[in-house]
Design a protein. Structure first.
Length: 120
């Protein structure tokens, strides 16, 4: 299923895990999510090249997603990542995934080769 086809609004992020046990070979970020439509998933971003986790803590509320989407190819962070690598990753097709969070006003941006979904 395409990332933008999921109904993210009011889904709840219950856990976020960064796995760099094999850095540069297998860098992953996984989100455990209770979908608003029902059901639990683990969303695993594979071959992560960059992430920005602008999270706010101390708020007694579940981490609800306002909306999530795949950013356009001209996204500033994605463009800057390619520029920083000075041509070394130009042949790698990366995507920027964005989560705007409703409860805390936070934002998660992940640039990765792709993602997979595990259903619980």
């Amino acid at each position: 299923m395409n990332f933008n086809e999921y109904y993210w609004h009011d889904s709840v992020i219950t856990n976020l895990t960064i796995d760099r046990t094999n850095p540069g070979i297998s860098d992953t970020i996984s989100l455990e999510i209770i979908l608003q439509e029902g059901g639990d998933i683990e969303l695993i971003f594979e071959d992560v090249y960059w992430a920005n986790l602008a999270l706010n803590f101390g708020i007694r509320a579940k981490e609800n997603i306002l909306h999530a989407f795949m950013a356009e190819k001209n996204d500033e962070d994605l463009t800057n990542l390619y520029l920083r690598w000075k041509g070394y990753i130009d042949n790698i097709d990366l995507t920027c995934y964005v989560f705007d969070l409703n409860s805390t006003g936070g934002k998660i941006k992940i640039i990765a080769k792709g993602f997979k979904v595990r259903y619980s």
